[in-house]
Design a protein around this ligand. Structure first.
Ligand code: OOG
Ligand code: MG
Length: 255
């Protein structure tokens, strides 16, 4: 497909207005390179509107997520300041098309990281780790997409909530977690579901941003990817995830 700028404009408008669109792959499949080019172009439009890039999110780093969405390749997307929601706060349902929530681990970078690094080098660049939840939202009808579609749609990035930052040497490799909606367990799992250890997701993030000529910068947030499948939410829901040893992160869903 030639007109990547036009596709980026369509993807950006859908995200900006919270409106569902048809998958691009209905007409023509985007290669992975084209899809990342669309993502970069659509993010340029957001930055031009004043949003600031504050980090990145990884996707499909757990079996549960791959199975739920029927894709098996790791992806990444960009996070902006406008996507951050307050821990314990209220998110606005109408901003989204059909939001889902998933438990994640967040990293805060204390120095730049990019390229091929070891787990030790990756964790050495981390200032803090935190329990987190990502609010994903696909701009495609029925939350259905192929790999190119989802990457072009900034890998469903939409919102995220971060709990209290913990020491960077906290053991995050295998922490039990329960994500509850209105007091009822909706997803139960372990951080080990994220590539065996979420630190490996940070290693992959450093490699993947480098392939786009970018870097994880000091102060950046990196979301490691959902540890479980994502759950749908409705207005009025109270969503809480308890992480063993790391703490709790929560929000409620407003109009
Ligand atoms: C794509 C984004 C995947 C994750 O944590 O695996 C993702 C999607 O499922 O819509 O955020
Ligand atoms: Mg996610």
């Amino acid at each position: 497909m030639s007109d990547l700028t036009k596709i980026a404009e369509i993807a950006d408008e859908a995200a900006r207005t919270g409106t569902a669109i048809a998958q691009f792959s209905d007409k023509e499949v985007l290669t992975l390179d084209e899809a990342y080019a669309v993502q970069a172009l659509s993010m340029q439009r957001r930055y031009a509107r004043g949003e600031k890039r504050i980090g990145i999110k990884m996707g499909f780093t757990s079996r549960a997520k791959m199975v739920q969405m029927g894709l098996d390749e790791m992806i990444w997307g960009r996070l902006t300041d406008a996507m951050r929601e307050e821990d314990g706060g209220v998110i606005s349902f109408k901003k989204y098309v059909h939001p889902r929530v998933e438990p994640e681990i967040a990293f805060l970078m204390r120095k730049p990281l990019s390229g091929n690094v070891t787990v030790f080098e990756a964790m050495d660049a981390v200032a803090a780790v935190a329990p987190a939840m990502e609010v994903i939202d696909s701009r495609y009808d029925n939350f259905k997409f192929d790999l190119g579609d989802v990457v072009a749609d900034n890998s469903s990035s939409s919102g995220f909530v971060i709990g209290n930052w913990c020491a960077p040497d906290s053991d995050i490799s295998n922490l039990g977690l329960v994500m509850s909606i209105n007091g009822k367990a909706s997803q139960i799992g372990s951080t080990a579901a994220i590539l065996g250890n979420p630190a490996r997701s940070l290693v992959a993030a450093a490699r993947m941003v480098a392939s786009a000529g970018e870097c994880l910068n000091e102060g950046d947030i990196v979301l490691a990817g959902g540890a479980t499948a994502a759950s749908a939410m409705a207005v009025g829901d109270s969503v809480v995830t308890d992480f063993q040893d790391l703490g709790t992160v929560s929000f409620t869903v407003g109009e």
